[in-house]
Ligand binder design. Structure first.
Ligand code: ADP
Length: 384
């Protein structure tokens, strides 16, 4: 009996010991599981946070784009559009769920989207009317592998400024070639006549004079253009100091009196005034205006009036010519602009003088305007 008890106790002790080991193992396993669940939870939370951060960054970038970005579903409905799209097309309500035709209101745009949904990328230029005027928009559409409900993406780029610059460049080349063609034709014709020989000395001399005049014209064109370019690109640095306008204008008028002889009179009137300006550039401004008054003033009187107004110095240069046609006054300061191009042979000039003058006045922080006097003649008013 006693032996049996001993055996039983030994077996029980073994069984109990094994149970304890199992429980211990189980506890360890549960703790490990708990630990990995916590780690998994933390990783998940980190991923969600990172995803939200990425999403916020992408939203920020897309929202800040100057271009419009729009995504459509396979059925052609807008699923996403940044604020710029609404701004471009003047829409205030949400664009989601609308068709591209409702957003852009151009069949071309809808066709491009359909094309992209069939797998072909394309780009179109469309013109739209906004309260600020006409704008040119380039629309680039690309198909994307359908995911998150997006099947095609359209990018809208406002190319109005680019189109304007293209136009300016074309106009400039047109004007430039027109301006060079005339003196070149004169030069060629004179050179060919000289080449033909058997001319009287007087005729030869006259042809030489023609050639010299045309060469001067081309030279002036190149010089003025280089000057305008320098001013427009901001390379010109002014050296302002106090300048007595009356002195500058009296000196200039004396020079013009010598050049014009008896044909035109130049008078300076008004009160003494000073301005903070670059003396060389100031001379250039008034010399251009006096030259125009002489050239276009029809041989009458040129009057320079100096005045002061509210801390500004004002100079008005008036002539007694035909004046400027009222419809042309706004364009008179444009480069290459001349009211009557057909007079280019008789009245020298390449149409850059007023453009240079205006730029120089603006560079001084001043303003310039032109108007016709009540009894005819043009007046150019400079405020410094
Ligand atoms: P240009 O070298 O031809 O004189 P400007 O730029 O100085 O070039 O002038 C542009 C055009 O403006 C001239 O061709 C002329 O038609 C017009 N204009 C300028 N000044 C006068 C003026 N005082 N009276 C009438 N028209 C003028």
């Amino acid at each position: 009996m006693q032996t049996l008890l001993i055996v039983f106790s030994v077996v029980a002790a073994f069984a109990l010991g094994g149970g304890i080991v199992v429980v211990h193992r189980l506890r360890r396993r549960v703790a490990e599981l708990q630990h990995s669940t916590v780690a998994l939870g933390e990783e998940l939370a980190r991923n969600v946070r990172e995803f939200a951060e990425h999403r916020a960054a992408i939203d920020l970038i897309v929202g800040a784009l100057r271009e419009g970005l729009l995504a459509v579903s396979a059925s052609g409905k807008v699923v996403f559009a940044n604020a710029r799209v609404s701004e471009m097309f003047g829409l205030s309500a949400s664009l989601e769920g609308r068709t591209i035709l409702e957003v852009v209101r151009k069949q071309k745009a809808a066709d491009a989207i359909q094309k992209a949904l069939r797998g072909t990328a394309s780009s179109e230029r469309i013109g739209i009317t906004t309260p600020d005027g006409e704008r040119r928009i380039e629309m680039r559409v690309v198909p994307v592998r359908p995911s998150s409900g997006i099947a095609a993406v359209a990018l809208f780029i406002d190319i109005s400024e680019l189109a304007r610059l293209e136009r300016v460049r074309r106009d400039f080349l047109d004007d430039f070639s027109h301006e060079v063609r005339t003196p070149l034709a004169g030069l060629r014709s004179a050179a060919e006549t000289l080449e033909g020989g058997r001319l009287t000395p007087d005729h030869e001399e006259a042809l030489r004079q023609v050639m010299l005049r045309q060469l001067n014209r081309i030279e002036r064109l190149v010089k003025d253009l280089a000057e305008l370019n320098r001013i427009e690109s901001g390379d010109l640095v002014l050296e302002p100091r106090r300048v007595e306008l009356t002195d500058v204008l009296n000196d200039l008028c004396n020079e013009f009196r010598e050049r014009a002889g008896q044909s035109v009179t130049f008078t300076v009137t008004g009160e003494p005034a000073a301005a903070a300006a670059d003396p060389v550039r100031l001379q250039q401004i008034f010399s251009n205006l006096l030259d125009n008054a002489w050239k276009h003033g029809g041989g009458g009187k040129v009057t320079v009036e100096i005045a002061r107004d509210d801390g500004n110095a004002i100079v008005r240069i008036s002539d007694e010519g035909a004046g400027i046609p009222p419809a042309e006054i706004d364009r008179i300061f444009n480069r290459f602009y001349r009211v009557d191009r057909s007079r280019s042979q008789t009245v020298p000039g390449v149409g850059l003088g007023l453009s240079i003058t205006k730029h120089l006045v603006l560079l001084h922080g001043g303003s310039i305007r032109a108007y016709n006097g009540p009894s005819g003649g043009a007046t150019f008013e400079v405020r410094l």
